[in-house]
Design a binder for this molecule. Structure first.
Ligand code: TLP
Length: 343
């Protein structure tokens, strides 16, 4: 077992052996000139999987979301976002800094915004008021403990977006997790959105990269914005090769992560100080409030670390993320550590 069982994020995964082999052998070219066959293969593969016209490989999820907001909006516009979403809480500065638009956060039921509330927040422009031009949905929803946003909810919001001529973007950083948990193909989620992005470098274990999909003219403009933001990479087929392996070999095993996350959640839910309803755990993220009579959150995290367990608490609640580098032994180790410290 590794020195640490690292539950901080599914971004900590290392590339698999097959990924490293594919990277070593990748046929490459200058991707800024459109000449990298491996990147081209990844992009056409993703466009097909998602049922969209075109795809673009970008360095990160944040860049995918930044480009998307920039392409779908104009200055003085407003974007409806879910209040606990990544695009709002961790990235909203790109809205003001790059796209020069303002976010309008809306509360939700575990990531699902009330369609009527969304509609009430659509604003007609006036001399004082920005125009709403984009709605963003996050699926799975990271800060809502990896919750799957129900497809009927997305459908209802799509209908409202259509009625008002507004674009809909899905931050699907973990859309394959949503698909596995719900049994709904990723294509069906993508069909409801004008654009969608997902990350190859989270539960799918690729070292770098996200892919955005949408109509051809959206992707053509996105490619120009990517270059302006410094995201034009050259022989990047070396990295895209790992992304292809991720799609071919890693998607189907996300269910193992989900099962292990549920096992961990049920085992720790009743322990003193932990406020967690394990029934809510649908995918690979476990988030719980910690309120213990003797231990503060930093003290608890440092005791876990002494037991070889790493977790994060960047926004208050503690987060455990299960991924392919977490095996049954790591789950057992975590459960023993929780019991030793808290029981
Ligand atoms: N999430 C990271 C951290 O930034 C919190 C993580 O460890 O979970 N959308 C969603 C829903 C995300 O969870 C993330 C990253 C992003 C976008 C941004 O992706 P990157 O990190 O590739 O820029």
């Amino acid at each position: 077992m590794a020195e640490f069982s690292d539950f901080r994020s599914d971004t900590v995964t290392r590339p698999t052996k097959n990924m490293r082999k594919a990277m070593a052998e990748a046929v490459v070219g200058d991707d800024v000139l459109g000449d990298d066959p491996t990147v081209n293969k990844l992009e056409s593969m993703v466009a097909k999987i998602m049922g969209k016209e075109a795809a673009l490989y970008v360095p990160s999820g944040t860049m995918a979301n930044s480009i998307t907001v920039k392409v779908w909006t104009n200055e003085l516009d407003e974007v409806i976002v879910e209040a606990k979403s990544h695009i709002y809480n961790m990235e909203s500065t790109h809205m003001t800094f790059i796209a020069r638009v303002t976010p309008r956060p809306i509360h939700s039921d575990r990531g699902a915004m009330d369609p009527e509330e969304v509609e009430r927040n659509i604003r007609m422009p006036s001399v004082y008021i920005p125009r709403t031009s984009l709605i963003c949905i996050e699926n799975t929803h990271n800060a809502w403990s990896g919750a799957v946003v129900p497809i009927e909810n997305i459908r209802a919001i799509r209908k409202i977006a259509d009625e008002h001529g507004i674009r809909l973007h899905i931050d699907g950083a973990r859309i394959f997790n949503a698909s596995h948990a719900s049994g709904i193909p990723v294509k069906e989620y993508a069909a409801l959105a004008d654009s969608l992005m997902f990350c190859l470098s989270k539960g799918l274990s690729a070292p770098v990269g996200s892919v955005m999909v949408g109509p051809q003219d959206f992707i053509d403009y996105a490619r120009r914005v990517r270059k302006v933001l410094g995201g034009g990479m050259r022989q990047v087929g070396i990295l895209a090769a790992a992304g292809i392996v991720a799609l071919e070999e890693m998607v189907d095993r996300l269910k193992e992560d989900h099962e292990r996350a549920k096992q961990l959640a049920f085992a720790i839910a009743g322990l003193p100080g932990i406020a967690l309803n394990p029934e809510y755990i649908q995918t690979n993220i476990i988030i719980f409030d910690f309120n213990h009579p003797r231990l503060s959150t930093p003290e608890f995290l440092s005791k876990l670390k002494e037991e070889g367990i790493l977790a994060l608490a960047s926004t208050g609640p503690i987060r455990f993320v299960v991924h392919k580098d977490i095996g049954d032994k790591d789950i057992d180790r975590a459960i023993s550590a929780f019991n030793k410290i808290l029981a």
